[in-house]
Ligand binder design. Structure first.
Ligand SMILES: Cc1ncc(COP(=O)(O)O)c(C=O)c1O
Length: 282
């Protein structure tokens, strides 16, 4: 962990090692907060408007006012990018309901805690992964990017314990998403991904993949996907800000597409990389 990187806490830019948060912060006590993860390529926050919109949606869903306007967020985040050497990185933002006496009821007065930090992007972006299927044990409001991630952590850890990198989740026999990613499959030449609902996080990377496929006349549909369709898919991949488009080459110990990156995945990775490149050329 690079604790000498610069972080942002309640209006101040300070070394990450100097950030202090009260043990009475509701984020610590209850997981009463939301977050965002924004990739930065070549010093530019990728899809910033979409991330800020999702942040706003998460905050309204937990009945917490956004402490900043989008313009203020852009100023804070751009300074954070600059303070952390401008290039490629991943920004993490967390907003909690602040410090208050421990009580389930919302405090009548408390200032939100506003935190942001920068991390390097993982070297493993787009790397093939192995996955297992698990029952989606999480709550019903998975569209909120809540910091209360215990369900996701327990599921991801089961995958890790079985030598895999991701858990692909099924609720009542229907595909939802990964423990920290959205899922795409390919069946008979068509890319399929679950529709947005309160059962999944509306992934920013997911939306880019759908958009790029539509713009480039690649067959894609947002639809319900059964366990049977998942298990018999020709290709599977997962998407997230930090993984980008990562092919799943093994599911439940069985190779997918003979353990190789499938042709549709390669097409989408190429389109995604070209799209990112347009930022570098700006
Ligand atoms: C549960 C879950 N679903 C989907 C995603 C993908 O979202 P995004 O593409 O915005 O990173 C994430 C990202 O961490 C996640 O935690």
């Amino acid at each position: 962990m690079n604790t000498s990187s610069t972080a942002y806490i309640n209006g101040q830019f300070v070394p990450l090692s100097e950030v202090t948060i009260s043990p009475l912060d509701r984020g610590f006590v209850f997981g009463d907060g939301v977050y965002e993860v924004i990739p930065v390529y070549h010093g530019v926050a990728f899809r910033l408007d979409e991330h800020l919109l999702r942040l706003n949606n998460s905050l309204s869903a937990i009945r917490l006012d956004n402490p900043y306007s989008d313009e203020k967020w852009a100023t804070v985040l751009n300074q954070l990018i600059e303070e952390n050497q401008a290039g490629d990185q991943s920004l993490y933002i967390q907003i909690t309901r602040g410090v208050a006496e421990r009580d389930h009821a919302f405090p009548e007065t408390s200032a939100a805690t506003i935190f942001a930090m920068s991390k390097p992007l993982p070297a493993s972006q787009q790397a093939p992964i192995k996955a297992i299927t698990l029952q989606d044990i999480r709550w019903q409001w998975c569209h909120i990017k809540s910091t209360a991630l215990l369900g996701n952590l327990l599921l991801r850890q089961q995958a890790i314990d079985r030598g895999c990198q991701e858990a692909i989740l099924l609720r009542d026999g229907v595909l939802t998403e990964g423990a920290a990613s959205n899922v795409f499959i390919v069946k008979d030449g068509v890319i399929l991904t679950p529709q947005k609902s309160n059962q999944i996080l509306p992934g920013i990377t997911r939306d880019i993949v759908v958009e790029l496929a539509e713009e480039n006349n690649v067959a894609i549909a947002e639809t319900e996907i059964s366990e049977q369709q998942l298990l018999s898919a020709d290709e599977i991949w997962v998407t997230s800000a930090t993984k980008e488009i990562a092919p799943v080459i093994e599911l439940n110990g069985k190779p997918i597409n003979s353990g190789k990156i499938g042709p549709a995945c390669q097409v989408m990775q190429k389109l995604f990389n070209q799209f990112k490149q347009t930022l570098r050329n700006q």
